[in-house]
Design a protein around this ligand. Structure first.
Ligand SMILES: Nc1ncnc2c1ncn2[C@@H]1O[C@H](COP(=O)(O)OP(=O)(O)OP(=O)(O)O)[C@@H](O)[C@H]1O
Ligand SMILES: [Mg+2]
Length: 245
């Protein structure tokens, strides 16, 4: 179980302190899929990074399976089964895709068939990629999918993914959402997915809308999604037949 207690994160700016996260408290039970959504700049990535230990909260605490992990390093959190996929994943010059998968799986000799299976789950044709370097020659969508494959290979207890849909084509995205759906159905791990995509939001046990560093709204897909749709379609009233007569 993941628990956040009164989590805040403030940064010093030219005009004094700015609160990026503001007193966030929540509990995510084991094996649930929770989607964080909300407007750009709302604080979703910062919240995910705080859980992974990439940013240090200015107040509050993070508990994982009842243990306070707020002061633990990224490595210590990783050893406790927490994994994070970046909104913009880093590249690793000189490291091949198969090496990255082997490191992630903690097996020195990851069988080719296993490595291929992880890549297939993210919609990549494995034989084309195993010997490729994770460098600038890969496209943005390919790097993103390879990073998600390495997270799958790690079999984490808590998987945090930051906009897994970003830059991914429709066909691969369909495969990816199937993978998330399968993991959820098998109750393999707890998933916190930051997403703006309806197909991912549809899989969620709970949706949290993060806005201005706070939980603005939370609830089931049915409770929250229609509200999001209503509040975000203001850009073109003509499309929705809401033009003033
Ligand atoms: N170190 C920092 N210094 C100053 N401002 C910061 C810092 N880190 C984050 N912010 C600001 O905090 C806000 C939240 O950023 P964050 O990346 O968490 O948003 P987000 O919800 O993930 O947005 P998006 O949907 O665009 O990915 C943004 O306005 C961002 O500019
Ligand atoms: Mg973000």
């Amino acid at each position: 179980m993941l628990e956040l207690r009164h989590l805040s994160y403030a940064v010093d700016g030219p005009e004094g302190q700015t609160d990026i996260l503001n007193d966030i408290s929540l509990v995510i039970p084991d094996n649930k899929l929770v989607v964080l959504t909300g407007p750009n700049g709302g604080g979703k990535t910062t919240l995910a990074k705080a859980i992974m230990g990439l940013v240090t909260p200015s107040a509050g605490s993070i508990l994982w399976n009842g243990e306070d992990i707020t002061a633990l390093s990224i490595t210590e959190r990783a050893k406790k089964g927490i994994s994070y996929g970046f909104q913009q994943p880093p590249r690793f010059k000189g490291i091949k895709v198969k090496d990255l998968l082997a490191i992630a799986s903690t097996r020195k000799l990851l069988k080719k068939a296993e490595a291929c299976a992880y890549l297939t789950q993210v919609g990549l044709c494995a034989t084309d990629y195993l010997d490729r370097e994770v460098d600038a020659s890969l496209s943005g969508g390919e790097v993103k999918r390879i990073e998600i494959a390495t997270i799958l290979a790690r079999h984490p207890a808590l998987m945090i993914l930051d906009e897994p849909e970003a830059g991914i084509d429709l066909w691969s995205f369909a495969r990816l959402t199937e993978t998330f759906g399968d993991i959820r159905a098998r109750e393999e791990c707890t998933m916190v997915i930051i997403s703006h995509q309806e197909r991912i939001i549809s899989l969620a046990d709970e949706i949290l809308v993060i806005d201005q560093g706070r939980i603005a709204r939370r609830g089931s897909r049915d409770e929250v999604f229609s509200e999001i749709a209503r509040s975000t379609r203001g850009a073109c009233p003509a499309l929705y037949g809401e033009e003033k007569k």
